[in-house]
Design a binder for this molecule. Sequence first.
Ligand code: CP
Length: 346
Amino acid sequence: MPTLKGRDYIETQDLTADEIRFLLDVAVDLKAKFHRGEPTPLLPNQTAFLLFFDKSTRTRNAFEAGATQLGAHAHFLDSNVTQISHGETGKDTGMILGSMGHAIAIRHDLILDEGNRFMRDVAAATDVPVINMQCDVDHPTQTLADLMTIREVFGDDLRGRKIAVTWAYSPSYAKPLSVPQGLITLMTRFGMNVSLAHPPEYRLMDRCMKSARENASSAGTRFDVVDSMEAAFEGADIVYPKSWGPYDLMLQRQGARTPEAMHGIEEQCLALNARYKSWICDEDKMKLAKHQAVYMHCLPADRGAEVTDAVLDGPQSVVFQEAENRLHTAKAIMASTMRERPFSSQ
Ligand code: CP
């Protein structure tokens, strides 16, 4: 049985398939115990720091409630009110927080080529596990919950199942690329044929596309890129349409440090999104997928833009099961990676 004690959880690519299966087994066990009302105090007196550079509902609460259920404490930190906002580095932050607690979980997802790098700087400076609560590259706590949900619906043997990962229209904000990137890299490893679709301006990071192609080749699965939601949905078992920002504009955020500059880029992103309002998941498009196909979304979803209410609230939607699984997978990751600090008299 693999041990992940002391290990970071930054990208699913960093773990073997057996290590991911181990986390899923732990999550299934913790979920069953939660529903039986059985306590799971696996991490008494431990502290997980939760450092957020972006907003969250599911992830923050999965980790806070999850830590409580494990007998630990999750300590919320808004990066804007830490010294990071005055320029303190990831290295120094990692050394300080790592000396005071047992894990550092981070969400830093808004700027391409920054979040993942920051997490790896933190991880290099501390022995406690660093957990990625979403970066520019991956959202590995989300995709673990997604895989858990897919296994609950279709069983553990997913060979030959097709998942459609597609862009969808959003008028609300330019969303990170990390969910589709995490899905194409993880699901290709677990038997699924992945069909990716997006308008031309919404390409994903080259390194993630490369990983998805290599994973599919190693696992004997397919990774196809098509040019419409309809083509991706055709014959799918799972559809996962969601919005993300246009690549070149998201890249420009790197140089935009003032609120005005960020606002200008955001306006351009939303104007581009608005050209593709037909990329909505509705009941007609769901008919292109298999009769028993499920609709998934990491949430929050833009109702009436990414997806109609009829689909989101309909019989094929598993989004709330998927959201609950965020709790159990967060607990599995914390319980498996955090460890007692060795007692020292110094
Ligand atoms: N899916 C997800 O990560 O949700 P939050 O942004 O609310 O954490």
